[in-house]
Design a protein around this ligand. Structure first.
Ligand code: TXA
Ligand code: MG
Length: 344
C-alpha cells in the first residue's frame, strides 16, 4: 500500500472522510499525539488498526468525538455527574473519560470491556477531520506498538509507511504526551493514565481525585489492571535508560560518574538550566521545564534510538502538574529504574 502524507487542506479532509467511511484507516494530528483513525462503528476497519500497529487485541481504543451530542450514541445512559463537570471544564482537550458503553460500539473497540473511553480533542485539524468523517472515530496513538507515540507526521510515516493509506500532517503536537485517562464513574474519580489535564486541574473542578498506584511503579506479573494499556511495556528506547532524581548538583554528579564509567556510547537528557553541569559530555536538551519535557520527550527517545546510544541518563522532574505524566512515561521507558542521587 502506498502511504500519502498530505497537508490538512479542505479537499484532503474530504478525501480522509471518504476513506474512513469506506472502512480505511487515516492518521491524524491531535494536540496530544497523532492518532490512527477508523470508523468506530465499523468492526472490520477497527480491526485493521490493530493489524497496522501490531497492537495486542486486548488493549481497547479511545473513541474521539467533535461535538458533545455524539456521546449519547457511544455511552449507555447519561454522563455521570463528575464526568459532566469535567467535560464542561476540559473538553475539547487532552482528557479521556471512561463510560459504560452503548451496544452500538463493537467489541473490537473496547476489547470486550463493558466500558468505552471517550475524548473530544481540541486540535483544529482533529476536529475538522472528525466532522468530515461524520462518525465517531476510534483511534489509538499512530505508532507501531511498543514505540513512543508519534508527535510529528514524520514519526507516523517512519512507523506506518506502507501500512496506512493517508497521513494528515498537522505539524508537531502541542502537549506531546497522550491524554489523561480518567475513570469518572465513581465519587472519587481515578486517573488511570496521567496527561495534559493534571490531577490538580481535576481537583479544582470536582474537589477530589485519586491516582492509580500503577502510574508510578512496575506492575507485578499477572496483576489485575483497571486500564489494559498499563500491562504493556511502552515507550522503551533501545539503550539502557536510567533516571536520576534529587538536588540538581547531586544529580549531575551521579550522572557524570555513571557516564564516565559506562561502556559504550552514552547520552544525558537534561534540563537547559543544568546543561553546564555536564561539561563536555554528550547532552540532549529536555527543554526549560516539565511542559517542554512533555513536548519533547517522545522525540527525544526516538532520537536516542536513531543515534544508537547504549546508555541514556535522564534527569527526573518533579511530579507536580504535567510532571506526573512526564515521570510516568519516562519511568515506564526505564522500567522505573529511578536512582536517588547521593544514595547509590
Ligand atoms: O492522547 C491520546 O489519548 C491519543 C490520541 C490519539 O487521542 N490516543 C492514545 O490512545 O493514546 P492509546 O490507544 O495509545 O491509549 C489509550 C489508553 C490505553 O492505555 C487503553 O488501555 C486505555 O486508554 N483505555 C481505552 N479504553 C479503555 C477502557 N474502556 N477502560 C480503561 N482503559 C481504557
Ligand atoms: Mg498508544
Amino acid at each position: 500500500m502506498t502511504t500519502t502524507v498530505t497537508a490538512p487542506t479542505e479537499s484532503a479532509l474530504i478525501e480522509a472522510g471518504e476513506l474512513i467511511r469506506a472502512g480505511e484507516n487515516v492518521a491524524f494530528p491531535t494536540e496530544t499525539v497523532y492518532g490512527l483513525a477508523a470508523n468506530a462503528y465499523d468492526e472490520k476497519a477497527v480491526h485493521k488498526i490493530f493489524v497496522a500497529k501490531g497492537r495486542p487485541g486486548d488493549n481497547p481504543l479511545i473513541v474521539h468525538i467533535s461535538a458533545i451530542e455524539q456521546i449519547y450514541d457511544i455511552i449507555n445512559g447519561e454522563m455521570p455527574k463528575n464526568a459532566k463537570l469535567l467535560a464542561d471544564a476540559y473538553w475539547p482537550g487532552p482528557l479521556t473519560m471512561i463510560f459504560e458503553k452503548s451496544s452500538r460500539i463493537p467489541d473490537a473497540v473496547t476489547a470486550g470491556l463493558s466500558t468505552v473511553a471517550v475524548r473530544m480533542p481540541a486540535h483544529d485539524v482533529a476536529r475538522a477531520f472528525i466532522d468530515a468523517c461524520g462518525v465517531p472515530i476510534a483511534a489509538p496513538s499512530a505508532n507501531l506498538s511498543g514505540k513512543p507515540s508519534p508527535t510529528t507526521a514524520e514519526h507516523v510515516f517512519n512507523d506506518l509507511n506502507g501500512r496506512v493509506p493517508l497521513i494528515i500532517d498537522g505539524g508537531a503536537c502541542d502537549v506531546g504526551l497522550e491524554s489523561t485517562v480518567l475513570d469518572a464513574r465513581t465519587d472519587i474519580p481515578m486517573v488511570l493514565r496521567p496527561g495534559g489535564v493534571t490531577p490538580e486541574m481535576i481537583e479544582s473542578v470536582i474537589g477530589n481525585v485519586s491516582v492509580d498506584p500503577s502510574v508510578m511503579k512496575l506492575l507485578a506479573k499477572n496483576a489485575t489492571v483497571r486500564s489494559p494499556g498499563m500491562k504493556y511495556k511502552h515507550y522503551a528506547p533501545n539503550g539502557a535508560l536510567t533516571i536520576v532524581k534529587g538536588d540538581a548538583e547531586c544529580v549531575a554528579k551521579t550522572i557524570c560518574d555513571m557516564y564516565d564509567s559506562a561502556e559504550g556510547e552514552s547520552c544525558i537528557l537534561a534540563l537547559d538550566k543544568h546543561i553546564a553541569l555536564y561539561g563536555n559530555r554528550r547532552v540532549h536538551s529536555l527543554g526549560e521545564d516539565a511542559s517542554e519535557v512533555a513536548n519533547r520527550l517522545f522525540d527525544c527517545l526516538r532520537e536516542m534510538d536513531n543515534i544508537g546510544v547504549k546508555n541514556i541518563y535522564a534527569e527526573a522532574v518533579s511530579t507536580d502538574g504535567i510532571g506526573l505524566a512526564v515521570m510516568n512515561r519516562l519511568g515506564r521507558a526505564a522500567a522505573f529504574r529511578i536512582i536517588e542521587a547521593g544514595k547509590g
